[in-house]
Write a protein that binds this ligand. Structure first.
Ligand code: TXA
Ligand code: MG
Length: 310
């Protein structure tokens, strides 16, 4: 008996009742699973921080079910923001703009801005609708761990503490939303599922922010493949390859992100394959670098955080 429930309409209604009571619910989005609470209820939002074990507060993304709800969260919506919402919502683009006064400070960790997105997932949208309120939700993992892409992984991370976990199967996109600030000049604060190129097609040049310095902790050290790596024996090591190799030598375990060398497919496999290798008790896991264009940028940003944990 666990707190995982199939995401049918009866259980979504049940989850919405918990949200209205100020409790948390884990739910699938098209990117990763989120741990949500009523964005307008500060005590409910505090629960998220406690469950995630995050010592310091950090800003949460607010999830909505209609683009129009963004007007209640932002002080004002710029022309650029409107064009991006039109093009990418519902979808994995988080837009950061100056917040409306009614957005509690705990949601933004005292920042004058708030990040908002409309997820492209029927369960997430139905839950937000039934709850009658936007949901503040970070990824449903403990601070510093990988973002979960299945209900079982949420359970492994958070257990009963998550509250109810709505099981909508494995999430497709596998990599988190792109976080784009339009508060000043457009800048990508976190690379993600929507590429810089795709955003630039709509609003012109955007800058790349410094990226998140936070590390992702795993049990096994992850390191990038170096030219001399292949010379030695790797009977106790794993390999995370981007595309198939003609010969994997002595590696004990190998996961290939994409048989076709396709970045879309690789993104969906990234977190599940890292998790699988990490659970195998290997000594080290070598990671093949991915070309840093398009989605590769978002994947490399996460792999660098992983490798920095060594
Ligand atoms: O795909 C996603 O974005 C998932 C799903 C659940 O929606 N959510 C997610 O949330 O990854 P989280 O909390 O793990 O990451 C949110 C990111 C952080 O890097 C945070 O710093 C940034 O968004 N962020 C949110 N609001 C912000 C704000 N007002 N200003 C700057 N950065 C913000
Ligand atoms: Mg996260």
């Amino acid at each position: 008996m666990t707190n995982i429930l199939k995401a049918d309409s009866k259980n979504i209604r049940k989850a919405a009742r918990l949200i209205k009571k100020g409790l948390t619910v884990a739910f699938p989005t098209e990117t990763v699973y989120g741990l949500g609470a009523d964005a307008f209820n500060p005590e409910a939002v505090v629960r998220i921080f406690r469950i995630k074990n995050r010592p310091e507060f950090f800003p949460l993304i607010v999830h909505i079910s209609e683009p129009g709800q963004a007007r209640r969260l932002f002080r004002s919506v710029s022309r650029e923001a409107e064009m991006l919402m039109e093009r990418f919502w519902p979808g994995p683009l988080t837009i950061v703009l100056e917040k409306a006064d009614r957005v509690p400070d705990i949601v933004t960790s005292g920042n004058p801005t708030v990040g908002v997105r409309m997820p492209d997932h029927p369960v997430a949208l139905e839950l937000i609708r039934q709850s009658g309120t936007p949901l503040a939700a970070p990824s449903a993992n403990r601070s510093g761990s990988l973002s979960p892409t299945s209900a079982e992984e949420v359970y492994e991370e958070l257990g009963e503490e998550a509250g109810l976990i709505l099981d909508g199967g494995r999430t497709g996109a596998g990599i988190e939303s792109t976080v784009l600030s339009l508060a000043e000049k457009p800048v990508i604060l976190r690379s993600g599922r929507i590429t810089q190129e795709a955003i630039e097609e709509v609003i012109g040049k955007v800058m790349q922010g410094p990226g998140s310095p936070a590390r992702i902790k795993t049990r096994t050290p992850f390191v990038f493949l170096a030219p001399d790596t292949l010379g030695s024996s790797h009977e106790r090591d794993g390999l995370l390859a981007f595309k198939p190799w003609p010969d994997y030598g002595s590696f004990r375990a190998v996961e290939v992100l994409s048989r076709r060398g396709d970045p879309e497919e690789a993104a969906g496999n990234l977190f599940p394959m890292i998790g699988k290798l990490d659970r195998m008790g290997l000594e080290k896991i070598y990671v093949e670098k991915i070309p840093e264009t398009g989605l590769g940028q978002a994947m490399m940003q996460r792999l660098k955080r992983l490798a920095a944990g060594v």
